[in-house]
Structures are given as structure tokens and as C-alpha cells.
Design a binder for this molecule. Structure first.
Ligand code: MCA
Ligand code: AMP
Length: 471
């Protein structure tokens, strides 16, 4: 058993493209040959950092690393200096694929979409090899590198294929970033394992989704909300086989509006960078608004109450969601203590999400344990990371970052800032937003800065973030 089975299958007919990005496409044999040629240039097992623009070059570099058994580090193309330096340093990447970036001193590897020399398809890789190191935010500190083995990716994708009836007859369309699990692993590598075609729409606009003519669509709730507000585009998705939402909760009104406009209920599924996807509704089963369904093949879940026992399957009792299965990560890179903390003594991964389960095994995610992990537009963003970035500005004396409810983004990043003069100006607010966008990345920028005289604190001096949130 090996990951990217369809890409490795030399008998696969070449009549349709394997991957299309915007207007450019590459055939199965073309991708196999370009990725094999890239793999042939790899000279060891050191990670390769790939600036993950949505391009065919990114797909060739990533699949080349996987074929060659070398870990790949997908990097957000707009990572600012602080984020980029951390990712390159922490991952131990020894080469860089992508445009010239200030601060990147690693040797650059080039990608040939049509290599002149034929390279043989590399032999199957030991499945325990690390496939990807994906950086994701925690509640505190800098983003952590999540080590995913080739086995974890294969098992995770096969679990979804079983739940969704995903086959080589499908075409998968989405417009998600290629530096996270959703867009890269599900949206591209999944197809290259199953044999379906992957179509990246470029920008994830409702019009582009409507024009893609795919059988399966992936999106975060922000995208589905925009589709639901564009009836003309939404109606064109009526002929799709599955509309799949995940990465954040799909609001019930969006679910219902999509059903009204397209005649079909979206599939909702739940997962994490560390666990791939562990829960989903099924192509052949019930799809209930607000619920994320059943464990996928190979995953197990349990919901633990405060006293350490399993919550009753009554659809009401809230507990901590814990998961296990072969699609889980191998740990956080360079952080053995942090890795140990997220597993229970008996080997379950503590997701940090709160959930309920009903008698039929259906799960509903009710929230997160920590207010410090924000989900904005489906991006996971640690409040601590933004606070550290803002505190580097001399004007900022104290800061607390929270995720406020937002109709479009799910949560919107709001920074409560204390300055010396206790008064902020619009110019300062704009400068602070630009500072985070430049220092970390665009999607981590606060959407709002509120100047306050003091932050609410308890008698121990700890900031009471819940008091900064409405309700
Ligand atoms: C974008 N813009 C910029 C920059 N980037 N301008 C200057 N500098 C930049 N670096 C422009 C855009 O072109 C756009 O302009 C405008 O800013 C708004 O961009 P932005 O704010 O980024 O977009 P948005 O509209 O707010 O984004 C919504 C989104 C995005 C497209 C849904 O949030 C997104 O791609 N989310 C996906 C996150 C994701 O994949 N998460 C998966 C992780 P104009 O409007 O003029 O064009 S979760 C995961 O992997 C697990 C396992 C799971 O469960 O799936
Ligand atoms: P990330 O590692 O970026 O994928 O973020 C994982 C987190 O996204 C989870 O811990 C959940 O809080 C959230 N999440 C993913 N899918 C869903 C969903 N369908 N419903 C609610 N939350 C979700």
C-alpha cells in the first residue's frame, strides 16, 4: 500500500488532466514524469520548503517530494519575515522552491513542468516516512510543525473516500490555499491517490465554483456563505454530486439556503491538521444541519466529561472530544513535551474541541475549550502569536486578541490595545493591522483594533478575554 497510488499507476489513461489550476493543466503522465524528475534531484531526506502558491509547479514539487520520500514544508506565500524565519528554521528545511524572497538564504530548487530527461518513477516509499510538515497555530507561541506520515495521509484519504463514495469518476474543485490540509491534502493529493481529477479555481469565488463543472466541491464555511448569497452561482452547483464543507462550523442558515438553492444538503466534516479528518456525514447517509456526523473508517472518537468518564450518547452532554486512528500525526516537530501533553495516558489525542454525540453516533461540535484559538475564514490563528507581534510595536503597552463573531468569516480577529496616551488614532490602528499582515501573514491581520484604557483582569492579573466578547 502506498500513498499517491493513482499517480503511481502507469496504466492510468491519459485522456483527462490530473490537475488543473485556473487555466493551466497537467496530464497524469505529465505530472508523473515532472514529479519523478523533481524527485531524482533530491539528495537526501532533508525537508524541502515549498512556497505554496496555487500553481502546477507547487503540485510538482510537493508530489516530487512525496514520491522521493522527502518531507515537504508547504509555506504560505505571503508569510512575513517573522513567520517565514520561524518555519524555515524550525523545520530544518535545506532547500527552497519558489520565487526569490528576502531572508531566504537556502539553495533554490527549480521545477520543470516538462523535463527534458525522463526520470524513472521512484520505488514505493516506506509508509512511515514523513510526508508533510504543516505549520499550524497553537494557543500560545509560534506555529508548530505537524508531522504527517505517508501512511496517515493515505489512511485519512481512504476513510473519506469510503464515506463520500469518492472514486476516479469524480472531479474535485476548490479554491483553497495549498499550505493547509484542506486545500493541499484533501483538495489535491487526495485526487492523486484516488484517481479523481483536481481542479483549483484560483480565487474561491461563487462564480468560479459555478463554472468549474465538478462533481465534488470543497470549501470552508466562508466560501459556502458567499455561494449561498449568490443564488445564480449556487443554482449551477445543483448537478454536483457532493458539496463538502469543513475547517469551521457551517452555520445552519447557510446549510439550509444551500439546500434550497442547489437541491442538495451539504456534507459537513470535521478534522484538524494533527488528525486529518475524523468525522463526516456520509454520501449515503443522513446530513443534519449543525452536525458533523460519524467517525470515518479507521477513526475512533470518545467524549470525556470533567470527571474523566465517557459522556452519555444523549446528544446533549458536552465533553472534550478525543480521537484516535492511523490518520493521526506523528507529533509536533522539536516539541516532544507539547506532543505528550495533547495525548491522554491511554493514547487518545485531545482535540481541544467540545462536542456531543447522540445515540446514533452522530457528533456535533459545540465550541473550543480555549478562546485563544481563533478560526477566521477557516484559518486557525493563535491569539498569542498576534499579541506577540503587536507587542513588538513601541506604541502597544498591552494587548488582548480575541475572535469576535462575524457573519462572513465565522470569527473576526479583534485586537484590544492599551497605548501610553490611552487614545489611539485611526492611523495607528491601520499601522498595527499592516504590521501584523507584514510580520506574520495577511490572513492573521486584525480586522479591527479597539483602543482601551485597561484590559479586564481577574484578581490574579489574568486577562479575562471572555469579557471582551459579546454575550
Ligand atoms: C489577499 N489580499 C491581499 C493579500 N492577500 N492584499 C494585500 N496583501 C496580501 N498579502 C487581498 C485579496 O486579493 C482580496 O482582495 C482581499 O485582500 C481580501 O483577502 P482576504 O482578506 O485574504 O480574503 P477573504 O476574502 O477574507 O478570505 C476568505 C477566504 C480565506 C477566501 C475564505 O479566508 C481562505 O482562503 N480560507 C481558507 C482557509 C483554509 O484553507 N483553512 C484550512 C485549514 P479583493 O477582494 O480585492 O480580491 S483547516 C484544515 O486544513 C483542516 C484539516 C480542516 O478541517 O479542513
Ligand atoms: P486546523 O488544524 O486549522 O484544521 O483547525 C482545526 C480546528 O478547526 C478544529 O479543532 C475545530 O475547532 C475546527 N473545525 C474543523 N472542522 C470543523 C467543523 N466542521 N465544525 C466545527 N469546527 C471545525
Amino acid at each position: 500500500m502506498t500513498f499517491l497510488a493513482a499517480l503511481r499507476d502507469t496504466n492510468r489513461p491519459d485522456d483527462v488532466h490530473a490537475v488543473r489550476i485556473d487555466q493551466e493543466s497537467i496530464s497524469w503522465s505529465g505530472l508523473r514524469s515532472a514529479a519523478s524528475a523533481f524527485a531524482a534531484t533530491l539528495d537526501g531526506a532533508e525537508p524541502v520548503a515549498v512556497c505554496a502558491e496555487p500553481t502546477l509547479e507547487t503540485v510538482v514539487a510537493v508530489t516530487g517530494c512525496l514520491l522521493g520520500g522527502v518531507p515537504v514544508v508547504p509555506v504560505a506565500p505571503d508569510s512575513g519575515p517573522a513567520e517565514l524565519a520561524h518555519v524555515l528554521d524550525d523545520s530544518g528545511a535545506t532547500s527552497w522552491v519558489g520565487p526569490h524572497r528576502e531572508g531566504v538564504t537556502l539553495p533554490v530548487r527549480s521545477v520543470e513542468l516538462r523535463p527534458e530527461l525522463d526520470a524513472p518513477l521512484p520505488p514505493a516509499v516506506d509508509e512511515s516516512a514523513i510526508a508533510t510538515i504543516l505549520y499550524t497555530s497553537g494557543t500560545t507561541g509560534a506555529p508548530k510543525g505537524v508531522l504527517m506520515s505517508q501512511r496517515a495521509l493515505r489512511v485519512g484519504i481512504e476513510g473519506l473516500a469510503e464515506a463520500w463514495g469518492w472514486t476516479d469518476a469524480d472531479t474535485v474543485a476548490h479554491g483553497l490555499p495549498l499550505f493547509h490540509t484542506h486545500g493541499l491534502v484533501l483538495g489535491v493529493l487526495g485526487s492523486l491517490h484516488i484517481g479523481s481529477r483536481a481542479h483549483h479555481t484560483g480565487k474561491p469565488t461563487p462564480e468560479r465554483y459555478a463554472a468549474a463543472g465538478a462533481s465534488m466541491y470543497f470549501g470552508v464555511p466562508t466560501i459556502w456563505g458567499r455561494v449561498a448569497r449568490d443564488p445564480e452561482s449556487a443554482r449551477q452547483l445543483a448537478s454536483a454530486r457532493l458539496l463538502v464543507s469543513g475547517s469551521a462550523p457551517l452555520p445552519v442558515p447557510v446549510f439550509e439556503r444551500l439546500r434550497e438553492l442547489t437541491g442538495q444538503s451539504p456534507i459537513e466534516r470535521y478534522g484538524m491538521t494533527e488528525t486529518l479528518l475524523t468525522l463526516s456525514t456520509r454520501a449515503d447517509g443522513e446530513r443534519r444541519p449543525g452536525w458533523v456526523g460519524l467517525p470515518v473508517a479507521g477513526a475512533e472518537t470518545r467524549i470525556r466529561t470533567e470527571d474523566g468518564t465517557d459522556a452519555p450518547a444523549d446528544g446533549e452532554t458536552i465533553g472534550r472530544l478525543e480521537v484516535r486512528g492511523d490518520m493521526l500525526f506523528d507529533g509536533y516537530l522539536n516539541l516532544p513535551e507539547v506532543t505528550a501533553e495533547v495525548f491522554t495516558e491511554d493514547g487518545w489525542f485531545i482535540t481541544g474541541d467540545l462536542a456531543v454525540v447522540d445515540a446514533g453516533g452522530f457528533h456535533r461540535i459545540v465550541g473550543r475549550e480555549s478562546v485563544d484559538l481563533i478560526k477566521s475564514g477557516g484559518y486557525r490563528i493563535g491569539a498569542g502569536e498576534i499579541e506577540t507581534s503587536l507587542l513588538a510595536r513601541p506604541e502597544v503597552l498591552e494587548v488582548a486578541v480575541v475572535g469576535a463573531p462575524d457573519e462572513d468569516l465565522g470569527q473576526r480577529i479583534v485586537a484590544y490595545v492599551v497605548t501610553e496616551s490611552a487614545e489611539g488614532t485611526d492611523e495607528l490602528a491601520a499601522a498595527l493591522v499592516a504590521h501584523v499582515a507584514d510580520d506574520l501573514s495577511w490572513h492573521k491581520r486584525p480586522r479591527e483594533v479597539v483602543f482601551v484604557e485597561a484590559l479586564p483582569r481577574n484578581h490574579m492579573g489574568k486577562v479575562q478575554k471572555k469579557q471582551l466578547l459579546p454575550g
